[in-house]
Design a protein around this ligand. Structure first.
Ligand code: SAM
Ligand code: SF4
Length: 325
């Protein structure tokens, strides 16, 4: 399924909850947010029904996200059921706090990969950034994910500003002794994130190279082997895992954007930073899938050309915890 700019859409990020067990400073207010009522959240039956239609349209890569997807009961069995659809891959983005206990079950459910968000390794820095999180649990969860054999384990780190240098170097070092790929993501001016400067990929690369030696980018064709996303991967000397950069601002990747987003309330969003999209609830009320196909197709055809972060720097649209990152 292509949009009107010829981009082939093959990847859906599916938020299954807006709730979270952390309060990261750039994502959620300390007091939390007014949570959606359970009745307003898509049932797993409806998530599966939508995913069946996605798959029929050639959108076969699914990533579960949130809020924190692992706080919703039954997330593992949803993964197992999604994996029964033909030709699909199912991955997960998590803060990793519950991963240690659940890694084996995720592996048994057939999970194809997990991305773990980690902005600092030092316990007090992590606690400050997440307002209370225990980094040891996350680190143990990362190791459990590798040991159980979940095929691809990645760590995502969003540096806040110049003061994040030590955190960046320490998080990058995870890829030195383990086959884990660490990606650094530029802060996007979305929700609370618009209050932070972030660090652009060029500066991050400078920090890493000064500490660890030259970062050598992978050839274009090899780079694609690391997923369907916008990360630009490369290697640092002696590192087992790759180091990637996701440069949403300094290197707009909208031209190759292949994704759509489904919120926990059933709204299909065609672009992270735009409100354009369609609620799939009316279509779900029909007993056949005709309208579901039509509404999804229409939303994809209408996908905006680009995110306009720069133009709308002040807009600070939506909350990332509701959109799913
Ligand atoms: N709770 C899960 C987690 O933290 O991985 C999944 C949801 S979270 C919204 C998904 C990702 O979005 C996280 O890696 C988080 O760091 C990232 N994120 C949140 N706000 C962001 C922002 N303004 N700019 C860039 N990334 C952001
Ligand atoms: Fe929760 Fe993830 Fe947002 Fe942190 S980034 S508050 S873990 S949803």
């Amino acid at each position: 399924m292509r949009d009107r700019f010829g981009r082939e859409i093959g990847y859906a990020r599916i938020s299954i909850t807006d709730r979270c067990n952390l309060r990261c400073v750039y994502c959620m207010p300390e007091s939390g947010i007014q949570s959606l009522r359970h009745t307003d959240i898509l049932s797993y039956e409806n998530v599966l029904r939508i995913c069946r239609v996605f798959a029929a349209l050639g959108i076969c890569k699914f990533r579960l996200t949130g809020g924190e997807p692992l706080v919703r009961k039954g997330a593992v069995s949803l993964i197992a059921r999604l994996k029964k659809l033909e030709k699909v891959s199912v991955t997960l983005t998590t803060n990793g706090l519950l991963l240690l206990e659940i890694a084996q079950e995720l592996r048994d459910a057939g999970l194809d990969g997990v991305n773990i968000s980690l902005d600092a390794r030092e316990p007090s820095a992590y606690r400050r950034l997440t307002r209370g999180g225990d980094v040891q649990r996350v680190l143990a969860g990362i190791d459990a994910a590798v040991e159980t054999g979940i095929p691809v384990v990645k760590v995502n780190c969003v540096p806040l500003g110049e003061e994040s240098r030590e955190n960046v170097l320490q998080v990058a070092a995870l890829a030195r002794d383990r086959v884990i790929h660490v990606r650094f993501i530029e802060m996007m001016p979305i929700g609370l994130g618009s209050a932070f400067a972030g660090v652009d990929s060029g500066r991050l690369r400078e920090w890493l190279e000064r500490e660890y030696g030259s970062w050598t980018p992978l050839e274009e064709s090899l780079n694609e082997g690391y997923g369907s996303g916008p990360a630009r991967y490369g290697s640092l000397p002696g590192f087992q895992g790759k180091i990637g950069f996701i440069s949403a601002l300094s290197g707009c990747f909208c031209e190759n954007c292949n994704r759509i987003r489904l919120t926990a309330t059933g709204f299909l969003r065609a672009c992270l930073n735009r409100d354009d999209g369609v609620s799939l609830l009316p279509a779900l009320a029909d007993s056949d899938d005709g309208r579901l196909f039509a509404d999804i197709r229409a939303a994809i055809l209408d996908k905006p050309e680009r995110h306009d972060f720069i133009i709308q720097k002040e807009a600070a649209r939506g909350m990332m915890s509701k959109i799913g990152g």
